[in-house]
Write a protein that binds this ligand. Structure first.
Ligand SMILES: Nc1nc2c(c(=O)[nH]1)N[C@H]1C(S)=C(S)[C@@H](COP(=O)(O)O)O[C@H]1N2
Ligand SMILES: [Mo]
Length: 314
């Protein structure tokens, strides 16, 4: 986000992992078919997968978009996870070093019953669903991702937030032994939501993608997904979730406060200071498409921001 503008990134910059070649094409559990176009980015008949553990069976969610998911190899090979490098292909190359078991998530702060959860305990809190969501990166590209997860609200309710809790802070794992030490961001990566945004039924914790356990580069074993906000709000590899009274600091806002606000709702009318947010390039497509208000989720979330000046609160 600091270095390259989206339009400077040709698809040829991304090398597909040889791992995927010659393996069998995966069929979506929920029955949605990956578009079988010729290009790498649309998914070809020879598209193939690493052998990850299957999750499911997963009921299709009414909250899913009807759009075709972006190719598996783009979803899992074109990533932003700066702890593992700032190029899009770095996370897939480097995140394998991260140990995702055992994994503990502290859910703490202003709650009646704050406590730590083992990841396998979290998996049993609520039924897993497939949620096919649009993901709009602040860099003006987008994808459609078939996440597997459950509402964040289920985990928050388990600790009983106090009336004084107004915000939720998310803290990503940081291990300097295997991650970038250069302070590109103020590690650990942190993010935040208002409590009502966090409790919204569209807000999920994802543990899988494409019907399988989340690859490390996508934020294993547990990452946030907030589909109406720019992708950077969706913190990966979460180790702590904290209920707070004050608006938490966030990694990108600390890094460049005039460029990345706390809300970061997808908004075609409010440009990033260095580029337009009016259009986006869907990975796998050539022509740009218009960016939709709240990434197309206005009907479900616009009410959260009534009376708020979205230019000031960008
Ligand atoms: N910890 C952490 N979380 C992160 C990031 C990151 O660099 N570190 N990048 C964010 C950005 S900019 C985007 S667009 C999404 C990308 O998620 P994906 O790689 O699963 O598509 O993750 C977000 N979560
Ligand atoms: Mo992003």
């Amino acid at each position: 986000m600091l270095i390259k503008r989206p339009d400077d990134l040709p698809p040829s910059e991304i090398t597909p992992r040889p791992l995927f070649e010659g393996r069998r094409r995966f069929l979506l559990t929920a029955g949605a078919a990956v578009a079988a176009g010729g290009s790498l980015w649309r998914g070809s008949p020879s598209e193939a997968r690493a052998a990850a553990a299957k999750l499911g069976p997963l009921a299709p969610s009414p909250l899913s978009t009807g759009e075709s998911p972006t190719a598996y190899k783009a979803v899992t090979g074109y990533n932003n996870f700066y702890e593992f490098g700032t190029d899009k292909e770095d996370p897939a190359k480097n995140a394998g070093l991260m140990q995702v078991r055992p994994w503990t998530v502290r859910v703490e702060g202003l709650a009646a019953k704050p406590r730590s959860f083992d990841i396998d305990e979290i998996l049993k809190l609520a039924p897993l669903e497939e949620r096919i969501y649009r993901l709009r990166c602040v860099e003006a590209w987008s994808m459609v991702v078939p996440w597997v997860g459950f509402p964040l609200a289920a985990l928050l309710k388990a600790v009983q937030p106090l009336g004084s809790a107004k915000y939720v802070e998310f803290v990503s794992h940081y291990d300097p032994a295997i991650m970038l030490r250069r302070p590109v961001l103020d590690w650990p990566y942190t993010e935040g939501l208002r409590l009502d945004e966090a409790m919204h039924p569209l807000t999920i914790l994802a543990v899988g993608v494409y019907g399988e356990v989340l690859p490390n580069q996508n934020g294993a074993p547990l990452r946030l997904v907030v589909p109406w906000k720019y992708g950077f709000k969706s913190a990966k590899s979460i180790v702590a979730i904290r209920l707070t009274e004050k608006q938490p600091a966030t990694a990108w806002n600390k890094q460049a406060p005039y460029e990345y606000g706390f809300y970061s709702n997808v908004n075609p009318e409010v440009d990033h200071p260095r580029w337009s947010q009016a259009t986006e390039r869907r990975i796998g497509e050539f022509r740009k498409r218009p960016t939709l208000m709240f990434n197309g989720y206005a009907e479900q979330v616009a009410h959260l921001y009534q009376g708020l000046d979205l230019r000031k609160n960008f």
